[in-house]
Ligand binder design. Structure first.
Ligand SMILES: CC(C)(COP(=O)(O)OP(=O)(O)OC[C@H]1O[C@@H](n2cnc3c(N)ncnc32)[C@H](O)[C@@H]1OP(=O)(O)O)[C@@H](O)C(=O)NCCC(=O)NCCS
Length: 204
């Protein structure tokens, strides 16, 4: 029976817990910096803060960070000695020759097709489609129902909004944001935010 600690007692944390249980994890404890003010998250106990999680890591088989903000996720994950291998919901589809880095979570209904490489600490959210031969960097988040066509590269820490689409072979830089529902047909630069159909940079 595998024991997992999850850092981040949020809505996203709840979903990560469900994915972990569906994937066969036996017991889960949460850690969150709002402890001890929050003591439970649904059926799970919140037993300490982030510092406690780092100290307690010997009690667990592995630890995963379930925090939406990519930089915070990275900062905490880098302090952990027992980062969980990728946690994959059994109702997702993972093709051949797919690499998923440690600390990555694949939510229900996601499809990751052949030859995809995904770095560490990434979130492939519910119903997202990552087509063949894409390369996604560390701490990328592909939101629910976003569709990434074949051969796309997404740099580290980038955020692909809910329902967005990216056509084949496009390059998206690091720390980029693709707005909800956008259709990306051209390169997106590092740190750039794009919205709309076709996606264009915002004025911010
Ligand atoms: C793109 C995004 C990050 C911009 O956020 P923001 O900087 O706070 O932008 P604002 O809400 O201030 O909006 C700025 C302008 O862009 C427009 N805009 C914002 N998001 C847009 C989108 N996705 N598509 C089209 N237009 C959008 C707004 O209508 C507004 O236009 P206006 O100035 O003419 O009124 C955000 O709107 C977004 O799409 N986030 C993705 C959310 C998501 O996918 N969540 C899923 C979590 S799992």
């Amino acid at each position: 029976m595998k024991r997992l600690a999850i850092i981040g007692a949020s809505g996203h944390g709840k979903v990560v817990a469900d994915v972990a249980i569906a994937a066969g994890v036996g017991s889960i404890s949460f850690y969150d910096d709002k402890a001890p003010d929050i003591k439970r998250l649904g059926q799970f106990k919140v037993v300490g803060n982030t510092g406690d999680a780092i100290q307690d890591s010997g009690l667990y088989d592995s630890v995963i960070v379930a925090i939406g903000n990519a930089q915070t996720r990275e900062k905490i994950q880098k302090q952990l000695v027992k980062v969980s291998s990728a946690i994959v919901h059994p109702a997702s589809v993972i093709g051949s020759d797919v690499h998923l880095g440690e600390g990555t979570v694949v939510m229900p209904g996601a499809i990751i097709n052949a030859g995809v490489q995904i770095g560490s600490g990434a979130i492939i959210n519910s119903g997202a489609v990552i087509e063949h031969d894409c390369c996604l960097g560390d701490f990328v988040h592909v939101c629910p129902n976003a569709s990434i066509a074949g051969g796309v590269t997404i740099g580290s820490h980038s955020w692909i909004g809910i329902g967005a689409s990216v056509i084949q072979s496009v390059l998206i830089g690091e720390y980029a944001t693709v707005g909800a529902g956008a259709v990306v047909i051209h390169k997106v630069a590092d740190n750039q935010t794009v919205i709309g159909i076709p996606a264009k940079p915002t004025n911010k």
